[in-house]
Design a protein around this ligand. Sequence first.
Ligand code: EPU
Length: 348
Amino acid sequence: MTHGVDLTAYNTMGFAVRAHDYVGISDWSAFLDWWRAPAQVRLHAQPRFILGGGSNLVLTQDIAALILHVQTRGIHEVRRDTKYVWCEVAAGESWHDWVMHTVAQGWAGIENLALIPGTVGACPVQNIGAYGMEAGQAIEYVSVLDFASGEMVRLSAEDCRFAYRDSLFKQAQYAGQARYLIASVCFKLQHDLSDWQASLGYGDVAQRVAELASGREVRPADVAQAVIAIRQSKLPDPKVLGNAGSFFKNPVVTQAQADELKARYEKLPCYPMSNGMVKLAAGWLIEQAGWKGKNSASGHVGVYEKQALVLVHHGGGTGAELMQLAHQIAEDVFKQFGVRIEPEPIVL
Ligand code: EPU
């Protein structure tokens, strides 16, 4: 355990805060031995926070909780049949590198999720999703340390209760804290592509893929390349401009509320969901409320000029400033549309 660790490089917003107590986990079994040793029992009841790639996080002050930073690596094929391959991937692996590894092998199942920042261990937590695909659809099981029992447990995809930007990992608590620490994720991917169909229903993915494949058979790598190009054109690179991806979740409203809004705003993007509710595009609402490309009074934080759903840190700002800006935006959206938008990242 180290003390007073600077977390600037560990959060993609790039806010300068410190962790009082920090444990980097690069060897899982060594970590388990350490955690279970009698000397650490006092830590079990202490507040803790699990850090992955830090890409869905707003740090507003120095962190008193014990930071567990998962940095384990490793990709292992565990099974293969005539159509599918199952791979266990350590939680600390980079999500994007893992996606690129799968498409390089010619495997299908997560290619639409290229270039999402963060780690493999973080992907089940908010069930990352983009361009018509969600990580949960390709997950077979997740191996976790259950803080309630101190034992390693394997949770099936069904146990994980995946939904839009949601899962068991967001919900399950033990003694007021996250109950599970994700060690690895097992994915089921398709290697025999004879009956594979690319998932091209979202936005301009189909057109980009057609351009890339130019007449030959479409491959998962084409879809990944198309998604990378689209994301690069709309979303800021966290290495260049601090951000946490979509800052707000797309709000879900009743059909009646959607109809009412649609009558007032003809162009309102609406996505009907399988449960009869309707998802609205928060980026559109924020843009209409006049916030796209605007900065806070200090100029430290602002709304990205190409995608209003993304809040950015220009430098010298704090998480508190960002949250104040987010609050103003949400208030303005509520005043104009009567719809509440909520932050997606975790705020500490
Ligand atoms: N729109 C605007 N103005 C904006 C932004 C969007 O009018 O500033 C409109 C677009 O024209 C479009 C609609 O809103 O009609 C939806 O926009 P887009 O396709 O860019 O997707 P999104 O709903 O803004 C969601 C995810 C993204 C994901 C994309 C693609 C959430 C909260 N966000 O964004 O996820 O990449 O779809 O699937 O669901 C992330 O979570 O960090 C993330 C980037």
